[in-house]
Design a protein around this ligand. Structure first.
Ligand code: ADP
Ligand code: MG
Length: 623
């Protein structure tokens, strides 16, 4: 009966993934059933969608179904569907390769530590290959809907690097996956065990999942199959009737996540712009959150008919971590991605969903632990919204969290908390940009703030400098860079300016350092440090410079001012140095250490080291 049998090798990535998966997912192994039922459900969705255009694909058969059957004696479990099915080419393509970008990098990130890897693989999504966690041999029988019975295909593999495919006769449209269970996984050939798992994990699947009522039930004998799930689209049910557990199970199905979602929001909107949305916030970022081609967006349904995955037009990019479904019954069933792009109602739904998500996050922020988890996973992505979504900027800003001089834990302080704590009359929000928390905490720029008891937010995130460019103010209070320009909070500023006129030291330093700094001026910013560098209000900071450089963009020259603390003993001593060479040496050292305190390298690090060594030596000779 069969012909054209051929044996082929898996793509190298598949072999590695299979090996790692079997190893690391052992304690989570019943997820294989969720994955295979999810594939069957996807196949039914696809059939129904394609049949909108071509009714003949239904082949005169009624509604799609999923069937599970076990054979305890043979130790097999079969998951069958009458969905879209696959032809030979599709079987080879879909079951022999991993078409996702970033797979290689993902695999390289696996550690060999079972528990860690199980989490990582959960983020990656294991799909069909999870069958090999419990089976040492897997067979797939399939026929694409609408094709002739002699175009069936049989695929088989032991998951060790090769698979065989052959063409064969198959009456039944759709796919059957037969698992030959490992000795230690025979429990999955037990009907009761399988029923329990389906009830627990797959109740919300929108197609009937059936098991035979008796051993004789076979293909097509309707009455003898019993439906295990409620088989209605979960989002169409009313909120009061859905338990948290059901919501979580639906989330796992949707996201292929192992963990529960942090929170969700389920809304049925009536009226002109009728739609139902069910949106989830995951507890963990997917491995490809920052990949350009990563899948994102919602699962789109129109009148409960699945239309497409990853409909990214319904949420802005900075909310790409949200998982969920949108059912918009007034969209045309033949809606395409191109159409969605430019569709008035879709834009309105997107605006409403964006607000909905921001509200959901605001509510989540009431739970410190959960919000900390959220922030650690998605905070950096949310920040993108400050630049990208001016309409919601204030609402997004309220969700931001930063370490500060009061509380250096990551994500500790919100702008609202900052303002609550601010002293009467403080009309600004001060922040400091730095590469890392350590550098931020010890920055000389904080000295005057510490002295005055003013809190400063410590912005060390990757996109913080870019972000604050877009965040001029919050609740009517200006955000001010603590290391920039003249600080008008400094009550000695005027006095200091006057001093500048007649202090000869300033003149000498200016002359010695020349073009290297924009100017030398006395400061009220410093308490313990002798000097620091201050950029002009509108100049690019180091993070932005790095970003531009990395993008190959021209980066304008920037020149900070050197501010010196005239009441520091070092400056007092400097005043008394007459020898021009000695003076130059000291002036250079002053500039060097100011650069180092900013986390920057002096122009000539070797010269810096030489100077330092000489000073140390002189010091040693004197003691
Ligand atoms: P994913 O479901 O995320 O695409 P899987 O590894 O679960 O990844 O499945 C790989 C592909 O194999 C699917 O995208 C689909 O094209 C195909 N496939 C798997 N199971 C079935 C099935 N029961 N019917 C039709 N196609 C299937
Ligand atoms: Mg799948």
């Amino acid at each position: 009966m069969s012909h054209d049998r051929e044996t082929r090798g898996f793509q190298a990535e598949v072999s590695r993934l299979l090996h790692l998966m079997v190893h690391s997912l052992y304690s989570n192994r019943e997820i294989f059933l969720r994955e295979l039922i999810s594939n069957a459900s996807d196949a039914c969705d696809k059939l129904r969608f394609q049949a909108l255009d071509d009714d003949s694909l239904m082949e005169g058969q009624g509604d799609p179904w999923i069937r599970l059957s076990v054979d305890p004696d043979a130790g097999t479990l079969t998951i069958a569907d009458n969905g879209i099915g696959m032809n030979r080419e599709e079987v080879v393509e879909n079951l022999g390769t991993i078409a996702r970008s970033g797979t290689e990098k993902f695999l390289a990130s696996l550690t060999g530590d079972r528990q860690k890897d199980a989490q990582l693989i959960g983020q990656f999504g294991v799909g069909f290959y999870s069958a090999f966690i419990v089976a040492d041999r897997v067979e797939v029988f399939s026929r694409r809907a609408g094709e002739a019975a002699d175009q069936g295909v049989h695929w088989e593999s032991d998951g060790k690097g090769e698979f065989t495919v052959e063409t064969l006769e198959r009456e039944q449209r759709g796919t059957a996956v037969v698992l030959h269970l490992r000795d230690d996984a025979r429990e999955f050939a037990d009907e009761h065990r399988v029923r329990a798992i389906v009830r627990q994990y797959s109740d919300h699947v929108a197609f009937p999942i059936r098991m035979p009522k008796n051993a004789e039930a076979g293909d097509g004998e309707e009455g003898e199959w019993e439906t295990l799930n409620s088989a209605t689209a979960l989002w169409q049910r009313s909120r009061q009737d859905i338990s948290d557990e059901e919501y979580q199970n639906f989330y796992r199905h949707l996201s292929h996540d192992f963990q529960d979602a942090l929170t969700w929001s389920h809304n049925q909107v009536e009226g002109n712009l009728e739609y139902t949305s069910l949106l989830y916030v995951p507890a963990r970022a997917p491995f490809d959150l920052y990949h350009r081609e990563a899948s994102r967006g919602l699962k789109l349904y129109v009148q409960r008919v699945f239309i497409m995955d990853d409909a990214e037009q319904f949420l802005p990019l900075y909310l790409r971590f949200i998982k969920g479904v949108i059912d918009a019954p007034n969209l045309p069933l033949n809606v395409s991605r191109e159409l969605l792009q430019d569709h008035g109602p879709v834009r309105k739904i997107r605006a409403a969903l964006t607000k909905r998500v921001l509200q959901m996050l605001k509510k989540l922020a009431g739970d410190d632990d959960k919000y900390a988890t959220f922030w650690s996973q998605f905070g950096e992505v949310l920040k993108e919204g400050i630049g990208e979504d001016p309409d919601n900027r204030e609402a997004i800003a309220a969700l931001l969290r930063f370490p500060s001089t009061e509380n250096t834990a990551p994500g500790a302080v919100s702008l609202d908390q900052y303002l609550e704590r601010a002293a009467e009359g403080q009309d600004k929000i001060y922040y400091l940009l730095a590469d890392n928390l350590e550098a931020a905490r010890h920055s000389p720029h904080l000295e005057v703030f510490r002295k005055k008891g003013i809190e400063v937010l410590l912005l060390t995130g990757r996109v913080d400098e870019w972000m604050v460019n877009y965040l001029d103010e919050y609740q009517g209070k200006k955000l001010v860079n603590a290391a920039r320009g003249q600080l008008d909070m400094d009550d000695r500023a005027e006095e200091a300016k006057a001093e500048q006129q007649d202090n000869p030291l300033i003149g000498r330093l200016t002359e010695t350092l020349g073009e290297r700094v924009a100017e030398v001026r006395p400061t009220g910013r410093l308490v313990e440090s002798p000097a620091c560098l201050v950029l002009g209000e509108d100049e690019l900071g180091p993070q932005m410079r790095m970003m531009l450089e990395a993008a190959g963009q021209p980066v304008p020259e920037s020149k900070p001012a050197l501010e010196v603390n005239l009441s520091h003993p070092l400056l007092e001593r400097l005043q008394n140095i007459q020898d021009p060479e000695d003076f130059a040496e000291m002036a250079e050292s002053l500039l060097d250490q100011a650069l180092l305190a900013e986390g920057q390298l002096p122009k000539d690090p070797a010269a810096t080291a030489r100077r330092l060594n000489r000073l140390l030596q002189e010091h040693a000779e004197r003691t």
